[in-house]
Design a protein around this ligand. Structure first.
Ligand SMILES: C[C@@](CO)(OP(=O)(O)O)[C@H](O)COP(=O)(O)OP(=O)(O)OC[C@H]1O[C@@H](n2ccc(N)nc2=O)[C@H](O)[C@@H]1O
Ligand SMILES: Nc1ncnc2c1ncn2[C@@H]1O[C@H](COP(=O)(O)OP(=O)(O)O)[C@@H](O)[C@H]1O
Length: 306
């Protein structure tokens, strides 16, 4: 069973107060883009995990665990436990999504493993597990996993796991600038809290941006670019000041929107047209400000059997 699963960019990441459980209340508008990992699940004597870069991709997979700590392995364990079978499966992961880049690659692999293992072990004619069940199980693995199952564009509240699909029109064209070395998600949230505390600023109660929702529904790239926001951006820039130059370069090359993707360090640029995206990608490549420059479009579906 091979499942293809997309990366995400956050169109709005509104970070509210720190909760008692260590998570922040969010308004998290997720958007799935056409940069895909693939996970193949096959029967095996025991749980085995292998991780490699996808063909033609230059993702550095060095930091990704190839054992039970891999989020895909945890997903397989959850599905097995729910169906009352042993997790005897080999999981072959081919990555094109930057690692620790703020594009939810690990969550994507977990989502793919949920879908692949359910297909491997669940009754074909009378399945026990629905897609909703898989999304609920995904939330046990990480806040971003349910969205990687769902795909498209969706508003996430709570810690980002309670999802409602959003209405969109047409296709948006993106350019991503990756960085050498990732940023740790908990470290970026902690820096966001620290910066707010230093300023004596109470955490806001974020709400969904109306401008953003209208731009999505009308397919207006320029309006969408102007409405992009990320409350973690200041924290990511504080931990990695060099990202400011990357964002400036993308704007100079004509991006209608530029922001850090989630907790970073990948920077995301929205182009008005596909041709503009090509120009921004060439410009960023030439400027030498990114480890890698990738192009993608969105929205695309969530974890899908191929
Ligand atoms: C920031 C976001 C934006 O979509 O993703 P990335 O950009 O890292 O991919 C997410 O909120 C990351 O989600 P995910 O990577 O699934 O995080 P989890 O495993 O659930 O949590 C890891 C840690 O991030 C922090 N965390 C996560 C979600 C949340 N609503 N509040 C938090 O404070 C907590 O410190 C938590 O222990
Ligand atoms: N299948 C996986 N792919 C990538 N990272 C994984 C995976 N499983 C576990 N991890 C761990 O999760 C960390 C964060 O990875 P990732 O999801 O790529 O980043 P982000 O949370 O910034 O989107 C990695 O540094 C790695 O240690």
């Amino acid at each position: 069973m091979t499942v293809r699963v997309p990366a995400k960019v956050n169109l709005q990441l509104g970070v509210g107060p720190l909760r008692e459980d260590g998570y922040h209340d969010l308004v998290n508008v997720f958007h799935a883009v056409s940069l895909f990992d693939e996970v193949t699940a096959a029967d095996a004597a025991r749980l085995e995990v292998s991780v490699q870069a996808a063909p033609y991709s230059r993702v550095a997979v060095g930091g990704v665990p190839a054992d039970g700590d891999n989020l895909a392995a945890r997903a397989a364990g959850l599905v097995a436990a729910r169906l009352g079978v042993e997790p005897r499966v080999s999981l072959r992961i081919r990555k094109a999504i930057p690692v620790a880049g703020g594009m939810a690659g690990g969550s994507a692999d977990a989502a793919a493993a949920l879908v692949a293992c359910a297909r491997l072990w669940d009754d074909r004619d009378d399945p026990v597990l629905t897609r909703e069940d898989l999304m609920e199980m995904g939330a046990e693995i990480g806040s971003d996993v349910p969205f990687a199952v769902l795909g498209g564009t969706a508003v996430g509240v709570g810690r980002g796991e309670q999802l409602t699909s959003a209405l969109t029109r047409g296709t948006f064209h993106w350019v991503f600038a990756t960085a050498d070395g990732g940023l740790s998600t908990p470290a970026v949230y902690a820096e966001c809290d620290r910066l707010r505390e230093t300023r004596g600023e109470p955490a806001p109660r974020p709400s969904v941006s109306e401008e953003l929702m209208t731009a999505l529904a009308t397919g207006d790239a320029k309006a969408l670019g102007a409405a992009l926001t990320n409350d973690l951006q200041e924290a990511a820039l504080s931990l990695r000041p060099s990202l400011e130059r990357v964002l400036d370069a993308g704007r100079d090359f004509g991006a209608v929107g530029a922001l850090v993707s989630g907790s970073g360090p990948t920077c995301a640029f929205l182009a008005e047209t596909e041709e503009d995206a090509a120009g921004i990608a060439d410009g960023l490549d030439g400027a030498g400000v990114a480890a890698q420059v990738l192009r993608a479009s969105g929205p695309v579906p969530g974890a899908t059997l191929v």
